[in-house]
Design a protein around this ligand. Sequence first.
Ligand code: NDP
Length: 482
Amino acid sequence: MTETKTSLLHEKKYPLYINGKPIYSDHNIPVYHKYTGELIASISKADKHHVHEAVSAAERTFQSDQLTAFQRSTILLKAANLMEQRREEFELSLVREVGKTRKDAAGELDRTINTIRLSAEEAKRIAGEMIPLQATEGADNRLGFTIRVPKGVIGVITPFNYPLLLGVHKIAPALAAGNTIVIKPATATPLATFGLVELLEEAGLPKGYVNIITGSGSEVGEWLLEDERIAMYTFTGSGEVGKHIKERSGLRPVALELGNNSPNIVHEDADLDLAAKLTASRSFHNAGQACIAVQRLYVHQSVLNEFTESYLAYVQQLKVGDPEKPETDVGPMISEKEAIRSEKWVNEAIEQGAKALLPVKREGAILYPTVLVDTNPSMKVVCKEVFAPIVCIIPYQDIEEAFHSANQSEYGLQAGIFTRDLQLAMKAAKVLQYGGVIINDVSTYRNDVMPYGGVKNSGIGKEGPHYAIQEMTDERMVVMNL
Ligand code: NDP
């Protein structure tokens, strides 16, 4: 598909990739280095017939070329090993196409390799269950059990912020389960997907299993949603597009991983240094563009000053700038437009009475870590998903008030609480209306083996290889009359 194994780092034209064949379309879309602004590649814009062909290729492959579970597992394991060998190239490519720092890119690579391995292991454990039909009178001569069968063609749509990891969270379990795929990566960060599919095929995945179509979501994404041959859609991205996908997919299942405005509670009995250190480091990684990044920090009034001082000291140590420098902690956002949008939200909050504890500063696509106090619940920086390096510190007197405020959100992906009180920790686990509650760590904690997914407007369905495989397979009942 790509010309050389180091192709991710060279300026080049990326074709559509359908049934193992590169297809160059007449229209190209540029891909820029998110820090320097240089042109690093261009991708082909798919037409409607390309989308149709990609789905046809995936459907034919599904019907004709069934790999065994053992073969699927072996291919995935080999791909993980190949990625480990080429991690420098993948990391640098992420730094350039996303604007990720070297540290964040290394973290994404670690987790991606781990997720491919977890999926390889899961491929060998897909099983149904025995059903005790004898529980019903007159069924003694029946044997009942379930098997799990792949759904068919899975339509995958991914966002810009973790193009490799979030692609792998969909592609690896889909393959482990025996499905075939058509993927539309984000237009701003499409290159990682090409590198991943190249590795999978080098590891032995037959052509036609993963097909890549590129182009804008409003056109190419829509054509993908129109195709009734797609058995299931799995999407990570904004709530707006997620809702649209749900409306368009009719009775077909969807898995939607959407936004959040993550609350984190620091209670009066917390280990304040631990809380300050972890919240500071996970408020601004990936320039705040992570769906579970710390956004709202609810701090007990009695420890507010001590916590805030310690938090700011950690934040001030963060190095902002060129993401390619190994020491950088905070790099650019995905575009200057997004940085300007975030800066406007900050200025609007300040006009409405909020105060910034550090100078509000933007240089092009870089927004410096921004910490706000004296906010109110209706400000955008509090009630919406900021998806930027912006944090609001909000005091509370009573823990019930903190739980109530944390739940005052249309979202429900993950929340964090710092406390040494086991009873309180368990209460938080029950009352916080989130898909995950993290105790003595931040909302941002994600171990790729765990079930991950939100409630309310944060989506439907769970990821994590084991759980994604449940979503991407059908349970089939088998009854034998003996
Ligand atoms: P978007 O929703 O804008 O885009 C996501 C993907 O959907 C892109 O590939 C986009 O294409 C495509 N798309 C856009 N419009 C349509 C359409 N009409 N039909 C089909 N596909 C479409 O999200 P972002 O890329 O901006 O990512 C940020 C969002 O992702 C945030 O809200 C964040 O919270 C969420 N997210 C959630 C995570 C989770 O696990 N819950 C993890 C990471 C991010 P194109 O790029 O061409 O516009």
